[in-house]
Every structure is written in C-alpha cells, then in structure tokens.
Ligand binder design. Sequence first.
Ligand SMILES: Nc1nc2c(c(=O)[nH]1)N[C@H]1C(S)=C(S)[C@@H](COP(=O)(O)O)O[C@H]1N2
Ligand SMILES: [Mo]
Length: 352
Amino acid sequence: MFLTLTAAGTVAAAASLSLGRSVGAFTRTAGATISELVLPSPAVRAAAIPAEAVVDIDGVEPFITPNDEFYRIDTALAVPELTPQEWSLRIHGLVEEEVTLDMPQLLDLPLEEHHITLTCVSNPVGGDLLGTATWLGYPVRELLAQARPLPEADMVLSRSVDGFTASTPLEALTDSRDSLLAIGMNGDPLPAEHGFPARLVVPGLYGYVSATKWVIELEVTRFDQDTAYWTDRGWDEKAPVLVSSRIDVPGSLQEVDSGDVVIAGSAWSQQEGIEKVEVRIDDGEWQEAEMAAEVSADTWRQWRYVYADADSGRHSVTVRATNAAGETQTDERRDPIPNAATGQHRIEFRVS
Ligand SMILES: Nc1nc2c(c(=O)[nH]1)N[C@H]1C(S)=C(S)[C@@H](COP(=O)(O)O)O[C@H]1N2
Ligand SMILES: [Mo]
C-alpha cells in the first residue's frame, strides 16, 4: 500500500480525485470547491465504550466528549481554512526518502480508530482542558517507516498551515503507541476548530508538543537543532502527561442532601493507565474509590465514592490518583508553566 504514497519529486496523481472511491471520498458542496470529506470505514475499529466504563452519575463529564464541547487551544486568531483537496502532508528533513501524502492517498490507507484522551499542559488542577474522543486516522509510525528517519534524528517538528509548530520526540511517533494522523473525531470529519482536514494525536503527551492541527508538514530533525512554538516561549521540550484526577460531583460549594453523598469524577495517566483513585473527606484517612472499567491506558477512567451517612454541615473532599506504574499524584502545588500544574483537586460542599 505504500506504493500509493508519492515520493518527493514525483507528481501526485491528479487523476485519483476523479476515480470512483469505494471508501472515503470528497463531496462537492453548493459552491464549486471540494471542501467536505466522507470518512472511510476503519480497517481497525475501536470497540464501543462499555457500560462498565461509565459511572452514570449526573454531573460527571461524559466518557466521550462531544465535538462541540471539546476544549480548544489555538494560537491563531482565525480558524485556518484548508480544503482536503489543497491538503497534503510532506515528510522531510533527516530521512532517507521524502514522502508526500495527499488526501486521496490518505483515504485509501487502512485507517484505525482509537479512543484517546487529549490534555492541555495549561490545565489547572481541577480544570477542564481535556477531553476524550474516538479518533480515526493512520498510524504516524507507518508514515515515518516509509520516510526512514536517519539514526541521528530524535525529534519531529510538525507544522500547521497557520505556522504553529510542535516538537515531538521521534520515539513517541515510532514506538507501538497509537499516534495518529487523524481525519475523524467521534464519527465525523474533524471540525474546522479541531484541525480539519488532518491533525496529529499522540497518546501520553500534552497537546502543545504533539497534537498539531491543520498539519501539513513533518520535519524529522533533532532537539539540539530546532525548537517549536511553545518551547520558544518557556515551556518544556519534553512534557509527558502527569497522573491526575478531578472531582466532577458534587460541584464546588454545592449543597447536597444528607444521607449517602455520591462523589465522582475522572482520573488519567495516558500510556500508563490509572490503577487507583483515593478520596479524603475533610482531614480524614484516604479511602479507595470504586473504579469504573478501564477502556484503555490512553483514556481517562471514571470513579466514584459514597460518603455514607454524611454529617450535615460543611465538608471538603480531596482526590488523588495512582497510575499503573505506581506513581501517586503529588499534593505539591505548582503552576502549569513549564511542564504542567501539580497538586490535588479539593472542593468544598455542604450537607443539608
Ligand atoms: N495549529 C495548531 N495546533 C495546535 C494548537 C494550536 O494553537 N495551533 N494548540 C495545541 C495545544 S496547546 C493543544 S492542548 C491541542 C488542543 O487541541 P484542541 O483545540 O483540538 O482541543 O492542540 C494543539 N495543536
Ligand atoms: Mo495545550
């Protein structure tokens, strides 16, 4: 199938646009421009989210974040407009063979669907700059295998049509994780705001070092030769996602009925997975929460804890998560810059 990729210097087959496609395709909108994508069905389909992975408590964020509620981080003031017809991805730099991929070629590749939680390094403790989507795309590792990075390469500088760049460790794009060149989000083409027609999604890394939207270029390079948009502004070059957790229910300062008070939320440590979540009422002992089933190590995991027979009055609850590598979320408070906030989420509520 790699024969369908265009090596540098050769002319992309313009004719492929007019060929009848059994899988993905472009459709024509009212205007003459080709601007929409019909997604092909995946060669590898993600399993549906099982009921056991969801605590099903009002106020807990849904496991899959709807596209129109997914957080957005953009350096550009206007959303770039890039049609699938205009789009192509160029892989160059420290490679044995330059590779160019256009949309008809990408649509013809065996695409994979994966549930992945994307997180922003600027997320404050308890914040909502994260979301989980079912992404459809092609493994970046396969594209890089075609380009064959040179031994001295250790970074991929991805570039957006809007000039944004991200520096990703080469290893994160060539190891076995599900790093994707994504064109689909929750069954639809990427919304314009989330990178239409193509973006990167890399499990285990914050978005600013990995998740380039409207991506048009992958330059294989070295950390000692190149820098990226946010690393030029004081953020760390390497920032793996930290183990973290959040309380969704009750809401901060909410008044709840006496009796059994349900506390619930989510926890995440992409690539490692969440092992356990503990909560503490006021200054009491840490208590283990009940865990919903894990969908994958790359997604957040929901939890709940019942504070039985709650005393009336004001209380606080604090949460901390431990990942499968045995790392427990620290209580030490730190600002997001340069490599993510730390600390434990604590809220206050009142039992009537
Ligand atoms: N082109 C471009 N890609 C980008 C960004 C950006 O500003 N421009 N922001 C990055 C950051 S900081 C994050 S956290 C994720 C957010 O992706 P989302 O807006 O789809 O949630 O995209 C990354 N990719
Ligand atoms: Mo971010």
